[in-house]
Structures are given as structure tokens and as C-alpha cells.
Design a protein around this ligand. Sequence first.
Ligand SMILES: Nc1ncnc2c1ncn2[C@@H]1O[C@H](COP(=O)(O)OP(=O)(O)OP(=O)(O)O)[C@@H](O)[C@H]1O
Length: 629
Amino acid sequence: MPRQRRFLFEVLAAICLIAVPFVLPYLNAAPNTVNRILVWGLFGLGFDILFGYTGLLSFGQSAFFGTGGFVAAYLLTRAGFPNVMLALVIGMAAAAVVGYLIGLLALRRTGIYFAMITVAIAEIFFFVEFNPLSEWTGGENGLPGVPTPSLNLGFTTLHFTSGWSLYPFLAFCYFVGLVLALRVVRSPVGAVLVAIRENPLRAAAVGHNVWAYKLTAFVIAAAYAGLAGGLLGVLQGFMPPDAFMFDTSGQLVIQTAIGGRGTLVGPLVGAAVWLFLQDFLQATLKLGAAWKLVLGLVFVLLVCFLRQGIIGGIKGLFVRATTRAPAAAEAGSAAPQLTAEEEQRAAHQRVQREQRQVAAMPAVHHADASFRGPILQATGLTKRFAGVVANEGIDFTVRAGELRGIIGPNGAGKSTFFKMLTCEIAPTKGKIVFEGRDITGLGVTDVCQLGLTKSYQVNQLFNRLTVRQNVEIAALAELRGKFKLDLLRSVASVPGLQEQVEHTLALVNLGARADAPVSELAYGEKRRLEVGLALASSPSLLLLDEPLAGMSPSERVETVALLKSIAKGRTMIIIDHDMDALFELAERITVLQEGRLLVEGTPQEIKRNPQVQEAYLGGIHEVLQHEPA
Ligand SMILES: Nc1ncnc2c1ncn2[C@@H]1O[C@H](COP(=O)(O)OP(=O)(O)OP(=O)(O)O)[C@@H](O)[C@H]1O
């Protein structure tokens, strides 16, 4: 969200919050219900950062809601603490600390296992609150007598007691929470959280410390939950034991799904639907306990017909309307249809234009200028998977500035070799030295940060983001390091980011497609973006795993031309099955066969090598075909 739009959104949110006590009483809305919606909305802001933005579905938020609530309530009711606001902040901090400790444990697992751990944690907290800690928490009686806040302005004191009188205090807390959450999701940290939701493997491979960022989201969500828990006690004048109940976590998940995840205000809207419907079904229609049945049906219908939730659905309609309008305008002034020949000429001119642009740009490099030896040296590299020997005793050296090709029949162990070089998997035996440093046993993130990365054989993109956002994610890792808590700055204000993104887009010839979502790209464009993600981290050694795989002949021509221009001033290793392309591109070729290094040499030597022809027996033709006449 650009800065002006975010500011407009904040002003609109403030106006809505101010208008509520003037409008809703005319609609017979109970102030207590409105206040509860704000508390749940605040609770949901943190949860949405965790679930909607980072993709971590936690069923354990009640643990933090209860912790914050009971710590604040205990201070105010039993410890004689005089300041309500400070007690709320201490409760929030306690929930954040507990969130940090629980996160250390829960984030060791992903997906359903993570969700299961959070369920167990919620249950443990519920048990602890009712049993060993009941003396402090009041057990099933909770903690009565929680005071309401007041604000001394010097000349007068404002008392926020109950109903509409408490509303301004809660609305202010929600507004501050919303503004901070908006800052977080628009910050570089927010961009990385979305990348983790979309493709954690690639987020780690481009150099982000995925685990640390997940922990950050977990702690933020716990802090919001803690503050909301404290406010619940203030709102009710009593801290209820059910704050810790699993139902609380479940209700939060459902409200977020109803309102729309990944929207921040979705949980507030979901809470409004839930609580107004509850009031209406129970108080007006007198349905008694059956209100949950009706609410359940509403939830099922919403999930079936409005999968993105209410706000998500509205947002979708808005995006469709605003993207259709320029498309219609473009259609009105559509360029005349080109013939195939004209299209080919245009493509050729485009490549030449991009190459000229690239040549004019300074190459951004990660390389250690003081380093003089071979850039990469692998010794005795071996990988065994149970009974399968994928690589065996490979010795391999690449000098700085070289463009090396790797070929080998299917299953020869090429991709496994790349995975070991980038530390995606650990070798069973052997050693890897990069720029004079032993990197054996490091992780893929650290190695990328050192300047060694790869593009994948099967695209690993951030599919629901635009081309520009994809490249930004990779560039952010290079510019900010693997972990940085710049939570309150905007992505656009990261120094050097825009230059690096534009440079990379030009390198892979995607400048014109920068704002297109990945899902709208042609296959060849996706392959180029795959290379772009690796390039955006300015590696000193770039590995490309089958960059031409699956491309049409014209896409191959275009991409080979791009690879040539990318290769200038870089060190690259390319695996591909396209012999023509590789013999044209590489200075030296390494041939793998059955996991071992068969031979190494110039393209001419490799073409003539009888061992290579033998290795490609099934494809002997293929190698011979490329012999000069
Ligand atoms: N995770 C794994 N578990 C078990 N075996 C594996 C694993 N990864 C690779 N292999 C095996 O290791 C061998 C080498 O596989 P690898 O993918 O490295 O070959 P490749 O030369 O890249 O093949 P292709 O050209 O088809 O991509 C194959 O026999 C493969 O089945």
C-alpha cells in the first residue's frame, strides 16, 4: 500500500471509530457488544499478522490472551497496582515473553504439526490456570474487581467506566494497534512474512532467516493477544477463566476467516458478525443455545461462497474493477495485430535493447574483492540417500569469472550436486570451500548471504505476488542481511532497493512485466523470473539448474541471449540438457555420470570425448549431432 493510500486508510479508520458512538446507538447496538468487538478486533490484528500474513495457523492464542489478561488483572486486583494502563502494558509484555518461549518450541515444526503443538499448548495453559496457579488466577472464579482506566489531564481527569464511556479508550487502543500493524505489514519484515507464507523454502534460499521471522510474527501476535486479554478484564470488570479456553482460540480463527485473513480489519468485521449475530439470535430471536448452530451454518456458507472472507471479497471486487478499467482503456487503443515475422523481429529488438541497457549498468556484486584463489572448490563430495548413491567422491573447482556447464544423463546426480554446493542438503562426505572459506555444514540461508545461490530446476516463486515483489524479496535479503527488525519503515524506503530491483528486472528482461502477478506470466517469463530471484541477491557465484527446461525454441533463443549478457563479469555454473545452448555458453564443461565426475574439458574436447559419447549411449546421437560438419 503506497504511503498516501495507507494514510487515507488510517484517516478513514479514525473517522469510522469516531462516528460509531454517534451512529450505532440509533441502530440499537449495545455499547457492551461494540466494546467487545474492539477487543476481539485488537486480538485479531496480531493473529492476522501470524495467520493471514505469515501463514501460521495457531490454535493456541488463548494462552497469550489469558496470560496478558491475568497478569494485568492480578496486578490490579491482588497486587494493589494503581495504574491500569501500565498494568495492561505489563500484561502485554508478559504475553510477548511467553509467546517468545512457546514460539521457540512450536516453530520447530511446520504445517499441521505446528497447529497441533499450539492446540496442546492452549490446553496446558488452561490446565495450569485452573490447577497449580488457581491461587493467583482465581481458578474457575476468575479475578473480580478489575478497575477501569482514567486519564489525568492536569486540569481534569477522564474516567473510562463502562458502556459508551469506556468506548473511546478501547477505540484508541484499537486504532493505535491498527496503525502499528499497518506499519508492520508494509515494512520489509512484513514483505518477508508474506514471502514465507508463499514459499518458505525459497524465502530461506534467497537469504532470509525464516525461523527468526516466524518467531517475530509469533511474538507480535502474542503481544496483541496479551493486550486484548487485559482489555477484556477491564471491559468486564472481571477477568474470566474462559479467556484461557480452547474455545477462545477457535472463535478467533473463525472470526478471522469470516472477516477475511490478510486484511487486518477482517478480524474486527468477523467479530462484529459473530457478536451481533450472537446478540440477535440469543436476545431477539430467543434461540437459546441453538444460536451456535445458526452461526455454524453462516460460517460454512461464508467459507463456501466467500473464501477470502468479507473484506477479502470486497478487496477482490475492488482489485478486479480497478484492473479492468485500464485494460478496457488499453483495448480501445489496441495496437494492430503483428505477423509472426514482425513478432520475432520485435522480440529480437527487445532482447538487444535490454542487453544494451544491461551493458550500461554497473554490475552489483557480492564478491570479496581481496579473494584471489578458485571461487569454489569441492573435494570428495559424496551424497548417499539410504541405498542410493547420488554423488560419489566428486572433486570440482571453478575459478572466478568462469562460466562452467554441467551435463550428464538423467539421474546422473547433477541436481543433488547443486543442492550440496548451495548447502540445501548436507554431503555425506567431502568438503566445500567457497571464496577460501569452508562452507560445509552451513545452511542455505547463510551460504546465500555469503554470495552463493542458485535458480531451481522447478520454479520456486512467490506465486501470489507480482514480479517486482518477487525480486524485492530476494534483494531485501542482500540489502538487509538475513534478519533485521526494521518493523516500522516502509519497503520503498530501503536504500538501494529500487535500483537493485530495476537492474535485475532489466537483466532478465521483465521490466515491462514488473507489475504483473506471477500467475499471469508465460512459462518462459516464469523461468526468467526464477533466474532473476537468484540474481537479485547479487551473488558472486550463481548456479542455474536447467534454466532452459520446458521452454519453446524461441524462448530458448531469447533466454540464451540473456544468459550471455548476465554472464559478463559473473561466475556461473549451469546445468542443462540443451547441449547446443551449453556448448555455446560455457567455457568448460563437467560431465557427471552415475554420480561420479566422468570428464572435464572445453566444449570441443567434450564433444569428441569417447567416454562422453559412451555415457550418452542412449543419446549418443544427441552428442554427435552437435559435432561440427
Ligand atoms: N531425496 C532423495 N532421496 C532419495 N534419492 C534421491 C533423492 N534425490 C535424488 N535421489 C536420487 O539420486 C539420483 C540423482 O538424482 P539427481 O536428481 O541429482 O539427478 P539429475 O542428474 O539431476 O537428474 P535429472 O537430469 O533428471 O534432473 C537419482 O537416482 C535420484 O533418484
